[in-house]
Design a protein around this ligand. Sequence first.
Ligand SMILES: [Zn+2]
Ligand SMILES: [Zn+2]
Length: 409
Amino acid sequence: MTTAPSEAPFTQQLIRWRHHLHQTPELGFDEHHTSNYIASALNALGWTVHRGIGGTGLVANLQVGQGTGVIGLRAEMDALAINEAAPGRAYASTTVGRMHACGHDGHMTMVLGAAQLLAERRDFDGTVRCIFQPAEEHGRGARAMMADGLFERFPVDEIYGVHNMPGLPAGHFATRVGGIMGSEDNFVITITGRGTHAARPHMGVDPIVVAAEIVLALQTIVSRNISPGEPAVISCTELFTDGIRNAIPSQVVIKGDTRSYAPHTQALLERRMREVCEGIARTHGAQATLAYTHEFAPTVNWPQCVPTSVAAAQAVVGADRTDANVQPMMISEDFGAFLQVVPGAFAFIGNGDTGPGSTPLHNAQYDFNDALLALGARYFAEIVRIRLPSNPAPASAAAGKGLHTINQR
Ligand SMILES: [Zn+2]
Ligand SMILES: [Zn+2]
């Protein structure tokens, strides 16, 4: 019989991987060391690794048996431009101004752990692909891999991903059908008036007054144009002028960010924002332009895949630690771009609701909770067992002799 690695050495291996990755953070599309490290770990586990997909991205394949089903397990490799502030942390970042402050070191390790469990147990029938994407934080890596032919070269039937979540109890899983994380769009509104002496406003067109009206009116889009049941956020986050204390400026720039779950809401936000900006500017004899860019797709879980995520979580941590209908979050996740193309589901794993695990993501003291590593690895392996069940067969399979590995394309 194939046997599981005993828990202690397995967990120790996971912690070694995670701490090494934590010490060597790299920014999006610059994950060269990370990609090399992951590739050599996967090679050592007997997976077939394909490099350079969307830059530093990689795909590792393992086929067992003759099954035609294919499951993708995804992790993200990038870190943040944050200076780690954790005195005494033995495995702190060795690069000033770079830090795994979003736990992607932990996510990579959970998928590596699943790769080890699956390679050792071989208790599935079909193909598993571990997909390590670059540049999640910028919302560019998933699209870069797909533009490089990810799913044409390495098709998957379904894809699954996990993000740790400070504030949720450690080791609890949470997911939901439909939108689980928001889209992110960014905007830049440029208002052009006519600068003049601060004491002679009637000689110019004051773009600050126009901007102030626009900032307030934008909030009526969420309250008056979007259905009350549809989540949406418009936040103006930066305001610049070219004025000085005693001169009314000629230009104001407003920057900001919107979030939503549904593509029709996203489209409505953009259309109404443009109408509001242009209309108010025209009223005052100024001009306004809106540049609106799509940064992250919403992460919308496919209804047919969520039961697999829930069943896998329940198998690993129990039904009482699995929330199948979690409140969606307005933060964004590049995994949403994959879900626009292939079915799949995204879940949260609690990083802790008290103590160090509750330190927020992107905080300079944040750390991924090592207690989650084995749970996450087993969660991913369980998804594979559920979706690619092996036929319980006789002696040869039990001895592991009826199974073989075929390298995928
Ligand atoms: Zn992040
Ligand atoms: Zn993240």
